[in-house]
Ligand binder design. Sequence first.
Ligand code: ACO
Ligand code: KIV
Length: 527
Amino acid sequence: MTENQSASQQNRVVIFDTTLRDGEQSPGCSMTPEEKLSVAKTLDEMGIDVIEGGFPISSTSDFEAVTQIAKHAKNAQICGLARARQSDIDRCWEAVKHARRPRIHTFLSTSPLHMKYKLQMEPDDVHQAVIDSVSYARDLTDNVEWSPEDGTRTEHDFLCRCVESAIKSGATTINIPDTVGYTVPEEFHDLIAMLRNRVPNIDKAILSVHCHNDLGLAVANSLAAVRAGARQVEVAVNGIGERAGNCAMEEVVMALKTRHDVMPYDCGVDTHYITRVSRQVAGITGFAVQPNKAIVGKNAFAHEAGIHQDGMLKNAQTYEIMTPESVGLTRSTLVMGRHSGKHAFKSKLQELGYELNDNELGDAFKRFKDLADHKKEVFDDDLIALIDDAVLRHNDHIKFVSLGIQCGTTGPQTADLELEIEGERKHTKTEGSGPVDATFAAIRELWPHEATLELYQVHAVTEGTDAQAEVTVRLAENDRTVNGQGADYDTLVASARAYINALNKLMVKREKTATSQEAAGPDVMSA
Ligand SMILES: CC(=O)SCCNC(=O)CCNC(=O)[C@H](O)C(C)(C)COP(=O)(O)OP(=O)(O)OC[C@H]1O[C@@H](n2cnc3c(N)ncnc32)[C@H](O)[C@@H]1OP(=O)(O)O
Ligand SMILES: CC(C)C(=O)C(=O)O
């Protein structure tokens, strides 16, 4: 009996996280291999069962990300996506094979619309390609997932035929995607029930769902599918993903935990990591979480109305269906400030879930002391922003040194900027239309580049006029898009740091992103 089958029989729901593949398909959301690896490490630690690290044939950067994730994962199965092409499957296997538990996820559209217009293939040829691609993948590994893309708009007879053949060809997971987020919960429930009733060998594979959120129904649809017998749910942190996004990991996991009475299914996720991974993904992608977002929004556990506050004081359960602690929002035991030393700093970071090496700790401590000199209270959110900004910066080609600004109504706005570029200090003083424009103009003068600014976003980490600013800068150059982040108590310094971070990432991408054309194979398998 396979691991998947035993999970299926025991009401255990496998959590398959696709933040790093479908999540990354959100426009402007691309992540470097290093960033993907750092998120994957958290997902692995928190008990996510399967991590889809990317689409290895799509770029050398994605190939490298999946390879690195596969090499580092301790517990999770590591998966890559592949079209129904030998070259895609080979490339995927090359990356995932390093994992202790690798998985190939291959897919092909089965809806009339997709077959006719997108694939331009006849149903019989699609059916044969399913058999060929799954059999080919199965020769490489015994852990093969197959997805009929646009499955929810596929004719039932044809869906059953393809699912049955995919299982006969060796698929161990059958994932039904609601690719365009069209389905409503009752329909999804009935679709899964229909497959279980009609496909004779359905129990040989675990049934999975992959829901998009175009109508805001991704979580409801996924839970309806679980109630009908699906035992894998595909999710993304903060619900990011193509268009309106994917089923939000934190929502499904907390719904299963909180309403175990009506949904008696278990998953292996340690929910205490939820806040941390949400912040990590938001920081890396620059996709801020809306304040009223379930589970991870800033207001998810805030009570403002007097009657609610009164109820909370008398008994928290009056207005709280789950505790903030259960998702990792802990009341601080260590208060950090200018008098805190390195030991307390290290313990605090451990409390927040960060393990830094000695160099990273040293750099972060210097930044913390500087911040504490300028800010009365250093909150947990300040530290998280600071750590996310300070680590992962060691190999940067361009480093921020200092910035002086002249702004206001009395004279030209100028930025006096010093950078260290490949070990050499460079300095300039540049004018601009406002201090941010002057700062970015100074960077462009010291490091000329063609990339265009697509997004400039400032977010106050905490309340108060001394709050740290967390800035996101998105730069685009040809097909490459990168998000840079910077945090500082000075908004302009944070802006400079974010722009420089984006430039550093762009350089890494320039080096690594050779398009996959030479690796991409010619045709759909049977065509
Ligand atoms: C529903 C989903 O989320 S599926 C995943 C979507 N994710 C992405 O597309 C992100 C990564 N994609 C990419 O980088 C590129 O699209 C690549 C590298 C995969 C392919 O790039 P290109 O070779 O330039 O092809 P392009 O993207 O223009 O078109 C896709 C081709 O794949 C074919 N195709 C689409 N899905 C499949 C599939 N499951 N199996 C086989 N072929 C497929 C299309 O019919 C089209 O073929 P054609 O070129 O013969 O018309
Ligand atoms: C590849 C499949 C699972 C997908 O992402 C979709 O259909 O949305």
